[in-house]
Each structure stands twice: as structure tokens, then as C-alpha cells.
Design a protein. Structure first.
Length: 374
């Protein structure tokens, strides 16, 4: 890291991961304000940013705590002072449960469970270590990933959890990741209705059976408005909203072609390192700086430029324009197609104040939980 604070954005060495701080702060404020006069809490997913500093900012602005997907992610967050964490993915190996048990002694920790085998193992290890933990039944409300598939199964698992020592039933998780990315506002709402119906049935059945449902958590950036309106969940786990990415933008908003409740604040700055053909050039940002699991990144500077293919450290760009071409050595800004997987490629965020054209480097933030996948 040889960059000086105050360096103009376009003079930074590339490829470099940038945050437009003004825009990110607006996104954080906007989401926080949605929850301000509501009985529903924001519990942002920290797998997006992997930064305890940003997690603390979200909590300062009103979030009840955070979600982590992995134990190692939670360890980094707890060590840096985050006190309220939900592990939103199943942990079933004894060695990791030992770490969960240790973590639960140092923070308010909850874990999701979708099988009696996992619940029994968790209970056994917690009891042995004289610790305890809050547990949520993970219910699949349409994603087709983890989670029990029916409300009956959820109730039956919750009853068994209730009988086990050292684990306390706190409620359920009902997250539908697929619904977050459905294209078209009306289509998204229509499909998400089924998830909401299943959440309602879960509340009804938990209540009828005398089961604790104090915590009802799920939702995300693509469905936050229905999560708030329906008032069934009391925690929303939105992650991407502070950065956004080109894929999220493409799903469409209430009235618009693009989803613009939150604006793009995350970019990768690259340099044109070769210009071998007319209207085709090569940048220094390939798979190792821009993830492509959700398609290639979008060029922010030149609308007519298309990222057509990548190798490890190179990106091939074509430009379909009669306008002036960029030149060898020019910097070029890209919006990642998927923020989470791109962030996990870098050690640091470079925070820019004053915009992506004429702004300056204000702060360098470590991505402390980068690579924490265990
Ligand atoms: C369990 C869980 N909750 C919340 C989120 C955050 O979703 P988003 O980034 O779409 O807001 C994710 C993302 O994949 C997730 O897996």
C-alpha cells in the first residue's frame, strides 16, 4: 500500500477497489431511515462488506446487530467489538461448533438449524462447555437451499429443540435469496407473496403450538419494502444495499427499468494496458479483481463499452461507438456485477470523497474478514 491519503482518484494504482463514500453513506442513511419508526429491525448481512468498521457504522445508525455466514467471519467481527451476531447458515461439524460455543460466551450469538442431528450436536457441545445459544429454525420459503421445506417440519423441529439442553429456541429464519433477484418489480412482488404466506403460516403454527417466535428474520435488498410492509419478519437481513452492483441494478424498480432505491457506490478502477485493435482494448482487471459469477462488470465511464471476456489478470473490452476512444494508459471505472464476490478478492477498500471523477482518497479500510470462508 504505497498510496497517499489525498491522492486524486484517477491517479491511484490499479486495479483498486473503490468506495464512493458520499454515495455509500447516503445508502446507509436511506436504509436506516426506513427502519427508524418501525417495530422491525435491520440486521445487515456482513458477508457483503466483510468489514467490522462498516458493521459498526451500521449499528451506530440503528441496526440491531449483524448476520455472518461463516464462523470465521463472526470471529473477526466479534474480535473487533460486534456484540450481536446471527450465524445465518447451518454449522454441523464438531470442530466448528466448538468455536461457536467459545464465541457464544463473548457475544450475543444465534445460529440457524434445519435438522435434528445438527440441533443435538449443538446441544451436546454447548452443554459440555457450559455455554448456551439461541437457535432459529431455518425455514426454506422458496430459495431451495438450506432450511426445512414445510411448516410442519419446522414445528416438529422446533418442538425437539425446545426439549434439548443448552440451546434456546428463539424463533425462525425465513430467507428467500432467489426472490431478491427476480426481474421486474411486479413479478418480484408476486413471487415473493408465496414466501410471505409461508412466513405467516409459520407464525400461526408456532403460536398455536406454544413455541417461541420472538425472532423472525430474513429478507434482503431486493425485497426490503415487502419485508417491512408485511410486518411478519421482525428483522431484515439486507446486505448489498450499501454498495449495489450491476446485477441488482438490472432487476428493475417500482416504476423504472433499473432498481435505484440505492445507488452504486462500489467500483473497480482499472487501466487500459494494451490497444491491439481498433475499438478493442485490454484492461488490467480480470477474474482476480472482478468476479463474473453474475456476468461481467459494467463499464461506468463509457456506456458503449462492453466487457466481453476475462482471464486471470486481463479484461477484454470492445467499444461500439463513433465517439472519441479512450487512450492507452487511461483509467476506466467498472461497476462489479456482484459486490460480495468481488470484495472477497481484495484486502482493502479505498474510500473516495468528492466523486469518482475528481474525488480524493480519504481513507483505506481493511477488508478484515476477506477470505474467511470456514
Ligand atoms: C441468509 C442471507 N441473508 C441475507 C442476505 C443478503 O442479501 P442481499 O445482499 O441480497 O441483501 C444473503 C445473501 O446472499 C443471505 O444468504
Amino acid at each position: 500500500m504505497s498510496e497517499q491519503i489525498g491522492t486524486p482518484v484517477r491517479d491511484l494504482q490499479t486495479p483498486v477497489l473503490l468506495i464512493d463514500l458520499d454515495v455509500m453513506e447516503e445508502n446507509l442513511k436511506k436504509m436506516a431511515s426506513n427502519f427508524q419508526n418501525s417495530l422491525i429491525n435491520l440486521r445487515p448481512h456482513s458477508k457483503t462488506h466483510k468489514s467490522p468498521l462498516i458493521a459498526k457504522k451500521q449499528i451506530e445508525m440503528g441496526a440491531i446487530g449483524i448476520c455472518c455466514q461463516k464462523v470465521s467471519e463472526a470471529e473477526v467481527m466479534q474480535e473487533d467489538g460486534i456484540e450481536n451476531i446471527l450465524l445465518s447458515s447451518e454449522i454441523v461439524s464438531p470442530a466448528k461448533i466448538e468455536r461457536v460455543s467459545f464465541l457464544s460466551k463473548n457475544c450475543d450469538l444465534m445460529l440457524v438449524v434445519d435438522h435434528i442431528q445438527g440441533a443435538e450436536l449443538l446441544s451436546k457441545i454447548m452443554e459440555k462447555n457450559e455455554s448456551d445459544i439461541g437457535v432459529l429454525v431455518d425455514i426454506d420459503v422458496g430459495q431451495g437451499r438450506c432450511g426445512v421445506r414445510t411448516v410442519d417440519e419446522a414445528v416438529s423441529l422446533a418442538k425437539k429443540i425446545d426439549e434439548l439442553p443448552s440451546i434456546n429456541l428463539r424463533g425462525f429464519q425465513a430467507y428467500n435469496g432467489k426472490a431478491q433477484h427476480i426481474e421486474g418489480f411486479n413479478e418480484r412482488e408476486k413471487k415473493y407473496r408465496n414466501s410471505i404466506t409461508m412466513m405467516e403460516e409459520s407464525v400461526y403454527e408456532f403460536k398455536k403450538n406454544g413455541l417461541n417466535f420472538d425472532v423472525r428474520t430474513g429478507g434482503g435488498t431486493g425485497t426490503w419494502n415487502w419485508d417491512l410492509d408485511s410486518e411478519i419478519l421482525n428483522e431484515v437481513q439486507a446486505g448489498s444495499y450499501l454498495f449495489m452492483d450491476s446485477h441488482y441494478r438490472s432487476i428493475g424498480g417500482r416504476q423504472e427499468q433499473f432498481y435505484e432505491d440505492f445507488q452504486a457506490s462500489l467500483f473497480v478502477l482499472s487501466t487500459i494496458i494494451s490497444f491491439p485493435e481498433d475499438k478493442k482494448f485490454i484492461i488490467d482487471a480480470g477474474h482476480k479483481s472482478l468476479s463474473s459469477d453474475s456476468g461481467f462488470a459494467s463499464c461506468y465511464d463509457i456506456e458503449e463499452a462492453t466487457y466481453i471476456s476475462a482471464s486471470d489478470e486481463h479484461g477484454i473490452i470492445t467499444v461500439d461507438s463513433l465517439g472519441p476512444m479512450p487512450k492507452l494508459g487511461d483509467s476506466l471505472l467498472f461497476q462489479p456485477s456482484h459486490c460480495d464476490t468481488t470484495i472477497n478478492l481484495f484486502d482493502y477498500f479505498y474510500g473516495i470523497r468528492g466523486g469518482m471523477e475528481k474525488g480524493f482518497l480519504e481513507v483505506i479500510l481493511p477488508i478484515s474478514a476477506r477470505g474467511m470462508v470456514q
